[in-house]
Design a protein around this ligand. Structure first.
Ligand SMILES: [Zn+2]
Ligand SMILES: [Zn+2]
Length: 431
């Protein structure tokens, strides 16, 4: 097929651009099937039909164009925009994922040096930013399902690639959710399988750090998933309960306010154990969340720091997240207290053993309107103590890492690894 020059369009090609804008799939399909339309033709601005479809948010149209061989990385646009940038601008996460799956290069920059993720962030399409930053191709994981070099067996049995890839692609980092994803697939609830999976995650983490365009976000995510898988492994070695005890530990709230301490400590520990000092992302995140700036609506638990580092999104206390698994868009409420939301009945049932202690106190709070404000305030005070504690801990961690780099001129990894041996202490006395 002849290479297209900008603006050099046949009548049918002009027509298909209109048809795409109008969203008429049937006609687009007919035009594509005719020989008069080059799927990568360029309009006068250097936009391909795929770019138009992505910008207009037409997912089915994008799918069809890709099937006809649309070049997902065409960058003849006058300002260097790619189809992925247009998808990010449109805010459509389904199109963004589709283009990434089709091989869209996420590091290409436009004429002002911005990537697709940066363009999406610029216009406030944060869900697309998350999708782009968290994308990891299945092919990269499947590399480990084939024996390499002198290996007699692959590092990852092929049957584990699918379920593990699903976990890698999750944008919900709630540890309960990740354990649920493990539980969902019986092949993963197995000591040998978990061991292989976490070892591959560690290798991927190292790869993300060492590759030329170091990807801190994915490195931290891979490390975190490895930690959760190792935790699953440890519980499975102790008892054959299909990880129910682990889920309960992660959900159990402390008596005073229902805050899940075990979960907080677990995530802090994961952050502490991150082995590569070259990554400055966590340090940056910690600086953003300085104790001074903690106010209403901010809740810098270790989870929210991790979540913001990896997904780029803030976790708001009041948003409709499932109290059990952290899934967004939870629409069911506890019918007694109406204060907590769940995504499903199963999640509510899982949470009840610990929520019932708080549920009554929340009802009392509701019952007396006079008490409402002071009571709320009191809870907030408790919360901000913990918030301060976490922020101080993270800042200390950050300062220590910096100090270490400054004095040794090297890597604080050793120090970070060291402090992880004090698994139960939330604050780090190591010096
Ligand atoms: Zn849930
Ligand atoms: Zn309740």
């Amino acid at each position: 097929m002849a290479a297209s020059q900008k603006g050099d369009l046949s009548a049918s090609e002009r027509k298909i651009l209109q048809v795409i804008s109008a969203g008429d799939e049937q006609e687009a399909s007919q035009l594509l099937a005719s020989k008069d339309v080059r799927v990568n033709c360029l309009d006068e601005y250097g936009m391909t039909p795929l770019m138009h479809a992505a910008y207009k948010g037409q997912a089915d149209m994008c799918h069809m164009l890709l099937q006809y061989g649309a070049d997902v990385n065409c960058s003849q646009h006058e300002y260097g925009y790619t189809a992925l940038m247009f998808a990010g601008l449109s805010g459509k996460t389904d199109i963004t994922s589709m283009l990434l799956d089709a091989g869209a290069e996420k590091n290409l920059v436009n004429s002002v040096g911005r990537t697709a993720a940066q363009m999406a962030a610029f216009v406030g399409q944060h869900d697309c930013v998350t999708v782009i930053n968290n994308f990891f191709s299945r092919a990269r994981l499947e590399y480990y399902t084939r024996p390499q070099g002198l290996e007699r067996e692959p590092r990852l049995p092929p049957r584990l690639a699918g379920p593990l890839h699903k976990i890698i692609m999750t944008t919900n980092l709630n540890p309960v959710k990740i354990v649920m994803l493990v539980k969902e697939d019986p092949v993963l609830v197995d000591v040998v399988a978990l061991e292989k999976c976490y070892q591959v995650m560690d290798m991927l983490c190292e790869q993300c750090v060492k590759q030329q365009d170091m990807n801190e976000i994915l490195a931290i995510k891979m490390h975190y998933i490895s930690c959760v898988l190792q935790k699953c492994l440890a519980f499975l070695q102790k008892q054959d309960d299909k990880l129910d005890a682990l889920v309960m530990n992660l959900l159990r709230g402390r008596d005073s306010d229902g805050f899940p301490q075990y979960q907080e400590k677990f995530i802090r520990d994961c952050i502490k154990k991150f082995p590569y000092c070259e990554a400055t992302l966590l340090q940056q995140q910690v600086r953003i969340i300085t104790p001074k700036e903690i106010g209403i609506g901010n809740d810098p638990t270790a989870f929210s720091v991790l979540n913001q580092a990896v997904t780029g999104q803030m976790t708001f206390v009041d948003a409709d997240y499932c109290a059990t698994c952290g899934e967004k868009g939870a629409e069911k409420r506890c019918s007694l207290c109406k204060a907590v939301t769940y995504c499903s009945l199963m999640c509510q049932k899982l949470h009840w053993f610990t929520h019932k202690k708080m549920c009554r106190c929340m009802q009392e709070q509701d019952a007396d309107p006079e008490m409402d404000t002071p009571r709320l305030k009191e809870l907030k005070d408790d919360e901000s103590d913990l918030v301060m504690e976490t922020a101080n801990f993270l800042q200390e961690l950050c300062l220590r890492a910096e100090k270490q780099v400054a004095t040794a001129g090297g890597c604080p990894a050793e120090l970070l690894a060291c402090s992880s041996t004090s698994a139960e202490g939330p604050s780090c006395t190591h010096d």
